[in-house]
Design a binder for this molecule. Structure first.
Ligand code: ATP
Length: 325
């Protein structure tokens, strides 16, 4: 491996900059030439590839988003798009790629590295959704939970002062990870998850039980991937049959993706970026670097993408029920 490029792709996530910085500096430490690709796979196709040095990544650890920019690029899904990307990498004499992104990014990386085996590819899990197998945490997830609970704390002040019931919709795509953890950390009365069916009847019974023991407010978290209705829909169904509280809905939206990364995400980004370059130097390819039980482990991109192996922790689900009585 001589020349290594790094890119960020898919949704941006806090901590990506720490990952970029670690990739660039670890590569330089080992005497490699380092490059940054702008706007994800689009930059590969448009040859938007720039040389980077240790100073190119100064003062970025604390910044949200990604200095390399990110994009969703449909052209990379086509054979022609991939071939153009390959030719551009060859023209720059680049023989290894670090991709930071989520499942779509890894699907592209896997296909590309199977097609062009002379380009070695390592993935870094960067998505607030935490929906990849092989890493207990993805980059940006911890910061997103902190952002969510900060928002819920503020909403709770209002909920409590007015005896209100708030339905708060949080991000996570098809994964309930953000919902579950932010629900536990903010003391939500109920958490509606894509992974677990909760009937409106059960939800109302829970809220009634809280009201009967004089709860002055209630917060219900609804994961955006909840399969039986979003926050507005569920709120309407509950409101029709349960009028103890005044009901309000808040969709937190994109504020959950931004902001300065938490210390956890800065350290995770640094560890994963460092590990990604070391993996390339050790001859690895088509793998993801991840954190498992506080150790950095490699997982094949294929396994990382196998969503059937990924699930929410049973003990957290059970505990959330018990602690919200
Ligand atoms: P997030 O989880 O934050 O949304 P992501 O990486 O899953 O991030 P996507 O938009 O799904 O985000 O994917 C990012 C990019 O990966 C796409 O815009 C596309 O360029 C590439 N990609 C996705 N699926 C494929 C595929 N099947 N083949 C080739 N490239 C793909």
């Amino acid at each position: 491996i001589k020349n290594i490029a790094v890119l960020t792709s898919g949704g941006d996530a806090p901590g990506m900059n720490a990952g970029i910085r670690a990739v660039i500096r670890t590569g330089i430490f080992h005497g490699r030439n380092m490059f940054g690709v702008q706007q994800g796979y689009r930059g590969l196709i448009e040859n938007n590839i720039i040389p980077m040095n240790a100073r190119s990544v100064s003062n970025i650890l604390h910044m949200g988003g990604t200095i390399l920019k990110t994009a969703r690029c449909l052209e990379f899904k086509t054979d022609e798009g991939m071939e153009t990307a390959y030719r551009n990498l060859q023209a720059n004499d680049i023989d290894a790629l670090v991709v930071i992104g989520g499942d779509g990014t890894f699907t592209g990386a896997k296909r590309f590295s199977e097609k062009f085996e002379d380009i070695k590819v390592i993935g870094i899990p960067g998505t607030i959704d935490n929906d990849l197998y092989g890493s207990d945490f993805t980059l940006g997830y911890d910061t997103a939970i902190n952002t969510v609970i900060e928002a819920i704390d503020k909403i709770r002040d209002t909920a409590d002062s007015h005896d209100r019931l708030f339905f708060i919709e949080v991000m996570g795509r098809d994964s309930g990870c953000i919902a579950l953890r932010s629900g536990i950390a903010s003391g939500a009365e109920a958490i509606l998850l894509p992974e677990k069916f909760t009937s409106v009847e059960d939800l109302i019974a829970k809220l009634e039980s809280g009201a009967s023991t004089k709860k002055s407010s209630s917060i219900v978290i609804v994961a955006e991937g909840h399969k039986h209705g979003g926050a507005y829909d569920i709120a309407k169904q509950v409101e029709e049959r349960f009028d103890y509280y005044d009901t309000k809905v808040t969709i937190l939206g994109h504020l959950q993706r931004g902001g300065s990364p938490s210390s956890f995400d800065r350290i995770l980004g640094s560890r994963l970026g460092y590990a990604a370059v070391n993996a390339l130097i050790n001859g690895e390819t088509r793998k993801m670097v991840g954190l498992r039980g506080n150790e950095i482990k490699l997982t094949s991109l294929e396994d990382a993408l196998n969503t059937h192996t990924f699930k929410l922790e049973d003990d957290l689900l059970e505990m959330a029920q018990v602690l919200s009585i």
